[in-house]
Design a binder for this molecule. Structure first.
Ligand code: T6T
Length: 358
């Protein structure tokens, strides 16, 4: 079994921590000071503010959130997001959502520092905010539900190292500084390369601004300046899509190895056509399910999530395992037509269960 196959993991978290349902809407506890005591309500509105609209990752998360809302029966989900991953676009959306007085907000903040004040304003207005995927450098949020991005970056490094035979130059196409998730993926990647692979030279990262075209352009420039480049890590869907497009356009697929985070439809096509060697699929549907479940629990009982940092799983996708139903179920969707409630779970961050076993 190759290292990549051994790395391929699917942490079955179902048995570890079932996000609990505090059944019985009549079960009234007092909400923490500042939030409306909502437990006497029959139904609730949750606003979901995505990191960006039109991204298969957040679309899949929305499907999970909707499936959970439907199964709980008393949640209305209202989804929106900015057209670009940009705090100056997301902040007015958040402010407008707060004006509609939802019972809670789940959101993927566009910037770990820049979104603290707008989220604080929402909380001050009495609306609890739970962070999904990305987070803020603060603990004002009700909870965080996300992938273990640091470990995901390390897995990407190990996968790429295996693909290039443990030696050569590697380069990272990242998104924008200040995004908690992708910053952590790069940090995990760098950490593993520097500490585990002495014969690999890390050339550093460049930012494609969450734009596949910009990511393709900077990758093309890098292929020119470093013609002996051995491997590339694209830290999210659009970075990976762009980097793969550059490899394809220059006929370098297979020659320069590539690992991408996420598992959008174009990325899957790139994996199948051997432009990309490995994908790290997050479980966005699970994040959506768990987030709605936690908010429902909070709104009906007043008890905040404890612990408040939760992680869902990730799955390494290769050409060998992509058609295995246990892997294929984590490929991102374009709409919710085929999405089925998974009964997802999450585990406390930094717990032994949270670290995927290679
Ligand atoms: O990788 C995901 C998400 O985790 C990240 O925070 C931003 O980019 C994506 O949405 C993929 O485009």
């Amino acid at each position: 079994m190759s290292t990549i196959q051994r790395l391929a993991y699917r942490v079955d978290r179902r048995s570890i921590l079932r996000a609990s349902v505090f059944a019985g809407a009549g079960f009234t506890l007092f909400a923490p000071i500042g939030f409306r005591a909502a437990a006497r309500q029959d139904s609730f509105t949750i606003a979901f503010i995505q990191g960006v609209i039109g991204d298969n990752f957040y679309i899949t998360m929305d499907c999970g959130a909707r499936a959970m809302a439907e199964s709980l029966g008393n949640i209305t989900l209202d989804t929106q997001g900015p057209e670009r991953f940009d705090q100056t676009l997301q902040t007015p959306i958040l402010s407008a959502v707060v004006q509609t007085a939802p019972d809670a907000i789940m959101m993927a903040p566009n910037d770990s520092r820049g979104m603290i004040a707008p989220i604080q304003a929402a909380i001050d207005a009495g609306v609890p905010v739970l962070c999904v995927d990305t987070t803020i450098d603060s603990d004002i949020q009700l909870a965080d539900v996300a992938t273990d991005n640091l470990e995901g970056g390390r897995l990407a490094a190990r996968g790429l190292a295996e693909s290039i035979g443990g030696a050569g130059k590697v380069f990272v196409v990242n998104v924008t500084p200040g995004i908690s998730t992708t910053d952590l993926r790069e940090a995990g990647f760098r950490d593993a390369i520097e500490n585990e692979f002495p014969d690999i030279e890390y050339l550093g990262q460049e930012y494609g601004n969450n734009d596949a075209n910009v990511s393709a352009q900077l990758t093309a420039a890098r292929l020119q300046s470093d013609p002996d480049l051995a491997g590339i890590f694209g830290t999210n869907l659009f970075s990976a899509q762009g980097a793969a497009a550059a490899l394809r356009e220059q006929g370098l697929q297979g020659q320069v190895k590539m690992v991408g985070f996420d598992a959008g439809p174009t990325q899957v096509q790139d994996l199948r056509s051997e432009v990309v060697d490995l994908l790290i699929a997050q479980h966005p549907g699970d994040i959506g399910e768990v987030a709605v479940q936690l908010l429902h629990d909070f709104l009906t009982t007043g008890t905040p999530p404890n612990p408040k940092e939760l992680v869902t799983g990730a799955t390494i996708v290769t050409r060998e395992n992509i058609d295995d139903p246990e892997v294929a179920r984590y490929l991102y969707v374009a709409d919710c037509a085929a999405y089925e409630l998974a009964g997802a779970t999450a585990v406390p961050a930094a717990s032994p269960e949270a670290t995927p076993t290679a």
